[in-house]
Design a protein around this ligand. Structure first.
Ligand SMILES: *[C@@H]1O[C@H](CO)[C@@H](O)[C@H](O)[C@H]1NC(C)=O
Ligand SMILES: *[C@@H]1O[C@H](CO)[C@@H](O)[C@H](O)[C@H]1NC(C)=O
Ligand SMILES: *[C@@H]1O[C@H](CO)[C@@H](O)[C@H](O)[C@H]1NC(C)=O
Ligand SMILES: *[C@@H]1O[C@H](CO)[C@@H](O)[C@H](O)[C@H]1NC(C)=O
Ligand SMILES: *[C@@H]1O[C@H](CO)[C@@H](O)[C@H](O)[C@H]1NC(C)=O
Ligand SMILES: *[C@@H]1O[C@H](CO)[C@@H](O)[C@H](O)[C@H]1NC(C)=O
Length: 756
């Protein structure tokens, strides 16, 4: 059945994740699976999160990036002439080019009582399909650059890749029966040539028919549950009622495959409820339990804070049970959870020299930024350095907030819209600025947790939307002093404007508060002073224990020596956006810039900003996996700190044995090679290359000296009439970290909304 040559898979992709184990086996952790072995990672259609599902690239990529024991999962379809094809949808038109190859091939059939229209494998011969049709990506938020080049695969093509285990799912046996195609016969025939480790189906009649015909112990039969209200055709019962009779299931199957919410139900607000007893009940009867519907780009519940590994751990590493396997579109992420993160909740102290976890407005992925709750969560989540971007109230109180504009971070729009003004020195759109409100007015506001991705419909923790209290700088320092963090980062912006136009001395407010909290003499917590203004950093030179960080927010592609020498005059560290470290083309990474190397050559520490867990902020090359991104900045370029809104994810990475590049582990999280994923696509499919970002010039580095602080106390001229308040809140201020990624994120998010 070799109708087409398998393309040679370019192995330059990733430095093969599964490194050979040549170390003595570590003591095996205890698993609460039925067998006591580690749960299985089952790759649905291969690495279908990235490549067209059930394509050769998808299956090979799953094997090269996952645990060695990864199971390749194939949804079986049969052609008119009885040949096999791996394809998840009964209709071929969503994910192949069949509609253009056979424009008149559309039919309407009744499937499980429902009339559906499309192109079906039963109407085409193997020759027609395999020689005329190519696979395409059916999920719009995933890359389409591999479309149209990869042929569909037969079952034997997949087993020919020699996976450690192979799983065949038969979703529609009765449909094929109606078309006089014998799935059971096919499987019995095929199982003489190839080894099929699992056969699953949502049809009881089909599994019972197979039971006893396949050698027991060699092929496991698994009953697949569908949505609770769906009706199983042979027993004419809903799946939810079948769930009450696991004993009956046990009479013909050795396990069950269930939607993940059968185990951890989710409320309609997307919060987790307590688990059901399904796993314990099934295990009690000797039934294995596999869960499905895992995908990094389909956020499941707010409880996971957009970290897909947190979700796997909920299923395999809670204190009471573990499922026996997870069916996923992103098998590398499931592998990380199994091999690197599970049974790893130990609180190990920070290893000397490992990169710092620096927060961005505290754990602002979980609670409204810069609130007491966001800082408490950050400490709990294992942040090393918590940050305060200092803003000034009109009456001179220094407090923490991402920017001086209160819109979008507080409920200011509701009460102070009439105070909105335009301050071009600060931003290009109207704002309600902290320096125009007194501290007691600001305290009357509630925080507002607005995700930078809110336009995409991806809210953060809505249950806590308006929770928390804002903190003065003094409160923040007091909290930090009494917590176990190893340092604080104080960010200062807009000092010249505040001094000359508002009579507010932010520099003095910061140095005074630090001295008041005795940070100038403390040795157990590092103070980082960060600014985008070299004049501000200069004023802190007199505190030798403070580390000064220059914030270069614009994307740059190179830092020639004169610029680096200039930076050295003012700072010991530099904070740069992700895009200054890895250049991208579309949503793919193209290459590393030399920036980190150049800064390191001058002994400048480098921090990367801002890491966020949401998959639409993460390049395809990182598999929608925030841990893969962290591993790349740490292992690939050696950054000295990670600035993140989700410190728990960074902390999970650093606690894991897989963060130690020298540990010889059977599986580890390796950095991504920029450019390698894109190189798999035909050049004409690649997105157009983007012009390189500007080079940092020495003259860009240095700012003019700070102006004197204006004395406004005598100024009694009434303020000019306030301009009419805009009726609409202005757009989110740009997060500025990476215009390119942000723009793409918007495009992608529109797609995402349409898809979900
Ligand atoms: C699949 O195709 C059907 C029509 O045949 C369409 O309604 C549906 O939205 C498609 N699904 C996806 C994921 O493209
Ligand atoms: C299935 O059960 C429903 C009610 O439980 C009944 O109305 C229907 O006729 C049954 N269908 C078949 C094919 O037995
Ligand atoms: C999920 O989060 C909600 C809200 O924070 C909390 O009440 C609930 O207990 C969490 N569920 C689990 C299973 O942790
Ligand atoms: C485990 O079971 C105990 C006792 O039934 C329960 O109190 C606890 O919440 C459970 N933990 C999880 C993670 O389900
Ligand atoms: C320092 O503390 C003193 C006494 O608590 C207070 O009066 C003063 O305003 C503080 N200075 C700053 C800059 O916080
Ligand atoms: C960097 O630091 C090392 C050791 O502290 C020193 O030997 C080296 O000269 C420094 N290099 C530069 C460019 O400052």
């Amino acid at each position: 059945m070799k109708r087409h040559l398998l393309l040679l898979f370019p192995l330059l992709l990733l430095r093969a994740a599964a490194a050979a184990a040549n170390s003595p086996a570590a003591p095996l952790p205890k698993w609460q699976t039925l067998s006591g072995e580690a749960p299985l990672v089952i790759a649905r259609g291969g690495y279908s999160g990235l490549f067209p599902e059930s394509s050769q690239y998808a299956y090979q990529f799953a094997m090269s990036t996952s645990l060695k024991s990864v199971v390749l999962f194939c949804d079986l379809q049969l052609t008119k002439d009885g040949a096999s094809m791996c394809h998840s949808d009964l209709r071929l038109d969503n994910s192949t080019t069949i509609a253009s190859a056979f424009p008149k091939g559309q039919k309407t059939y009744t499937v499980n009582g429902e009339r559906i229209r499309g192109w079906f494998s039963v109407d085409f011969t193997a020759d027609e399909i395999f020689n005329n049709v190519a696979l395409i990506q059916s999920i719009f938020s995933r890359p389409s650059v591999f479309d149209g080049n990869l042929p569909p695969l037969a079952v034997e093509d997949v087993t020919g890749l020699r996976p450690s285990r192979f799983w065949l799912n038969v979703q529609y046996n009765s449909f094929f029966e109606k078309h006089s195609l014998d799935v059971t016969g096919y499987i019995l025939d095929a199982s003489r040539q190839i080894s099929i480790d699992y056969v699953s189906s949502p049809e009881i009649g089909f599994l019972k028919g197979l039971n006893g015909k396949l050698r027991r112990g060699k092929t496991k039969l698994i009953f697949r549950f569908l949505d609770e209200d769906a009706v199983e055709p042979s027993a004419n019962q809903t799946y939810s009622s079948l769930l009450k009779d696991l004993k009956m299931i046990k009479s013909f199957a050795s396990g069950i495959l269930v939607p993940k919410n059968y185990i951890w139900p989710v409320t309609k607000d997307q919060y987790l409820e307590p688990p059901t007893t399904l796993v314990a009940d099934a295990h009690g009867l000797g039934l294995e339990v596999y869960a499905y519907n895992f995908a990094n780009d389909a956020p499941a519940s707010y409880n996971y804070s957009f970290d897909p590994t947190a979700e796997y751990l909920q299923f395999i590493d809670n204190s009471n049970f573990s499922v026996d396997g997870v069916l996923t579109d992103f098998p590398s992420t499931a592998s990380e959870a199994v091999a690197c993160l599970a049974h790893n909740n130990n609180d190990i102290p920070r290893k000397e020299g490992r990169p710092l976890i620096v927060t961005h407005n505290g754990a602002s992925g979980v609670f409204a930024g810069c609130t007491d709750l966001a800082y408490q969560q950050a400490v709990k989540d294992g942040a090393d350095v918590i940050d305060c971007s200092v803003q000034m109230s009109k009456d001179g109180v220094a407090f923490c907030l991402d920017s001086p504009d209160l819109m979008g971070k507080t409920t200011a729009i509701a009460s102070f819209m009439s105070r909105a003004t335009m301050v071009p020195e600060i931003q290009q759109n109207n704002g309600i600025f902290s320096f125009d409100l007194t501290w007691s007015e600001i305290q009357s506001l509630k925080p507002d947790l607005v995700s930078p991705l809110s336009q995409s419909g991806m809210a953060r923790n809505p249950a806590a939307k308006n929770q928390g209290k804002f903190m003065t700088l003094a409160d923040f320092l007091d909290f930090a002093k009494n917590s176990r963090v190893s340092g604080v980062l104080i960010n200062i912006e807009n000092a010249p404007y505040l001094a000359s136009k508002k009579g507010l001395d932010i520099v003095n407010a910061v140095s005074g508060a630090l001295t008041n909290a005795s940070y100038d003499t403390r040795t157990n917590q590092q103070v980082l002073i960060q600014s985008d203004d070299t004049a501000v950093l200069s004023t802190f030179k007199k505190y030798p224990t403070y580390k000064r960080v220059l914030n270069i927010k614009e994307t740059i592609s190179d830092t020639p020596k004169p610029a680096v020498d200039e930076i050295k005059q003012y700072a010991e560290a530099v904070n740069i956006p992700r895009s200054s470290i890895v250049a991208s083309t579309g949503f793919f990474l193209s290459s590393y810039t030399g920036v980190v190397k150049e800064l390191h050559a001058a002994n400048l520490s480098v921090y990367v900003s801002v890491l966020r867990n949401e998959f639409i902020m993460i390049a395809f090359d990182f598999f929608s996996d925030p841990l893969a991104e962290i591993a790349t900045y740490v292992g690939g370029v050696g950054v000295d700190g990670i600035v993140t809104e989700f410190p728990a994810t960074a902390s999970a990475y650093f606690r894991s044995p897989c963060s130690d590049a020298n540990a010889k582990l059977p599986y580890t999280i390796l950095p991504t090679e920029p450019g390698s994923l894109l190189s798999l696509a035909p050049p004409e499919a690649a997105p157009p290359a983007e012009p390189p970002a500007p080079i940092l010039e020495a003259s860009d580095v240095v700012d003019p000296p700070l102006p004197p602080v204006a004395d406004l106390s005598e100024k009694s001229a009434p303020p000019a009439a306030t301009p009419p308040a805009p009726t609409e809140p202005s757009g989110q201020p740009g997060t500025s970290a990476n215009a390119v990624i942000c723009l793409l994120a918007v495009v992608l998010s529109i797609i995402y909304l349409n898809y979900h």
